[in-house]
Ligand binder design. Structure first.
Ligand SMILES: Nc1ncnc2c1ncn2[C@@H]1O[C@H](COP(=O)(O)OP(=O)(O)O)[C@@H](O)[C@H]1O
Ligand SMILES: [Mg+2]
Length: 261
């Protein structure tokens, strides 16, 4: 018996209506327990690809498999999705936003609150349980949105520029906690970022995308020569700069192709 990957995407292309091709023949996979990142310029189709993987959007062609089962165009329960925009419901308190996913899964109110309460400390939102989203900063709202996904304990986590709005020390801290959590629990993470440093530090593998149309230009296996998941140790590994430069050049090459096309 062969083990199926957590996610497999075969030949996915997408155009919106009769618009231009946004994604062109995307093939990728994420092994179970792997941390995979996509890096690419704005408009290259990263969010479109994620919407297709989660089943919120149907591709124009191609297939999506989650844990070996075809899910193309329909949402999968195994996937937790942290969107680029936080999309909290403004009329619900932070606590009631965080437990939303559990309510959908029919977890009782008291149990949902108990599970959520355990996360408020880690996400630095203790004391804000009864605040409304409009009363919090953008960073705090983004942390609440992260909690809403994490509290449902999904096997596969898709994160679309989820840490973008956070200030640097908090970003490093939350990334460290994310790494500890996902590595200990063997979760699969697929991550979108503009930030090459973030991609190299966190990932087992990085895919580089170019725009117009969105195509994969490179796939890079990251081996920083350390088993540590600590952000600092990974950032300071001697191999870090070589990977940074490889991806930088790859994105540059994608940019030139775009100009020439
Ligand atoms: N709902 C939509 N309708 C039409 N065009 C869209 C829609 N969503 C995204 N696009 C277009 O698809 C391209 C890729 O967008 P997107 O997936 O958001 O890229 P990224 O997340 O990499 O910035 C862009 O040119 C964008 O304008
Ligand atoms: Mg996007």
């Amino acid at each position: 018996m062969t083990m199926s990957h957590a996610i497999e995407v075969h030949g996915v292309s997408k155009r919106y209506g009769d618009g231009p091709l946004v994604l062109d023949g995307i093939d990728f996979y994420a092994r179970s327990g792997e941390f995979v990142s996509f890096v690419g310029p704005s408009g290259c189709g990263k969010s479109t690809l994620f919407n297709i993987v989660t089943g919120l959007l149907a591709p124009s062609s191609g297939r999506v498999l989650v844990n070996g089962v075809e899910t193309t165009g329909s949402p999968s329960r195994s996937i937790g999705y942290v969107l680029q925009k936080d999309l909290l419901m403004p009329w619900r308190t932070i606590m009631r936003n965080v437990i939303l996913g559990l309510e959908v899964h029919r977890v009782g109110r008291a149990e949902a609150r108990r599970r959520a309460s355990a996360l408020f400390d880690a996400y630095h939102l203790t004391g804000h349980e009864d605040a409304y989203p409009g009363q919090l900063s953008g960073g705090m709202r983004q942390r609440a949105a992260l909690m809403r996904t994490m509290v449902t304990d999904p096997d596969i986590i898709l994160m679309d520029e989820a840490y973008k709005a956070l200030d640097y020390p908090l970003k490093i801290q939350l990334e460290s906690e994310l790494m500890d959590t996902v590595k200990a629990a063997g979760k699969t993470v697929v991550f979108v970022t503009h930030d090459i440093e973030e991609a190299v530090t966190l990932s087992d593998r990085v895919y580089v995308l170019k725009a117009h149309p969105g195509q994969l230009v490179q796939e890079i296996e990251i081996d920083l020569g350390t088993d540590s998941h600590a952000i600092n140790e990974r950032r300071l590994a001697s191999a870090f700069n070589d990977y940074y430069e490889t991806i930088w050049r790859s994105i540059g090459a994608g940019g030139r192709t775009e100009v020439a096309a």
